[in-house]
Design a protein. Structure first.
Length: 230
């Protein structure tokens, strides 16, 4: 198991004893936000060699189990603020089979969401979804481009998406009603409109693990977070 080190830096001054209470607007306390970047020193894996359907897939495909830029900023990590409900969680996941890869690699939806899947490739793909316990939820065949199928999602946390035809294909649908964000290609994420308070911050990535972290949010003050995954 790789060790995860999280460094928290509060931007601005925290309220001191005797200072005014958190500022209010319209009778409600002003919210804060959490802004951060996830980094790693682990080098991305080499591309995977393709032995069939090369006309569509190519001779090799990227291994996207760990995607980081030259500065080590890590994409596709899910950052969740435990117990803080998302204001408008997505109820639809879209999984596209394109060039023998799932697009997007990682996405977040709320509970009771529906997954819609389609393909742009002129080869047989399947979209197979498994729960975090390994139980298969469904397996949908997409034999031709343009066909779209939909199924309700069951379960919580990371649901694994695979293709029984092309074993290297992988995707993840992270199901949660809590406030959550997926890091972009630059490793950055933002959790806006967080009420003042102290929370547990949970980071998930398909290739590494992380312990929950405690973070304190103050009214009108962004909290800057750097997460280094080793």
């Amino acid at each position: 198991m790789r060790v995860v080190t999280v460094i928290l830096t509060l931007v601005g001054m925290l309220p001191t004893a005797g200072s005014l209470a958190a500022p209010f607007a319209g009778g409600q306390p002003l919210a804060g936000s959490i802004q951060g970047v996830v980094t790693t020193r682990v080098k991305p894996p080499r591309p995977l060699r393709v032995t069939f359907d090369q006309k569509v897939c190519g001779a090799e495909v990227p291994d996207e189990s760990l995607v980081a830029d030259a500065a080590g900023r890590l994409a596709n990590a899910v950052v969740t603020l435990v117990g803080v409900k998302a204001r408008a969680p997505s109820r639809e996941a879209r999984v596209l089979n394109e060039k023998c890869a799932f697009v997007p690699r990682v996405q977040v939806v709320g509970s009771r969401a529906v997954m819609k899947t389609s393909s742009r490739d002129p080869v047989l793909h399947t979209t197979t979804v498994q729960g975090s316990d390994g139980r298969q939820l469904f397996n949908l065949a997409l034999p031709v481009p343009g066909l779209e199928l939909a199924r309700p999602l069951d379960g919580a946390g990371p649901l694994r998406v695979g293709c029984s035809t092309h074993q290297w294909m992988r995707g993840w649908i992270f199901v949660t009603d809590d406030a959550a964000a997926v890091t972009g290609p630059d490793g950055r994420f933002t959790l806006p409109d967080v009420p003042p308070g102290t929370y547990q911050l949970r980071v998930w990535h398909e290739a590494v693990k992380a312990a929950d972290q405690t973070v304190t949010v103050t009214a009108g003050t962004p909290v800057a977070i750097t997460v280094e995954m080793k």
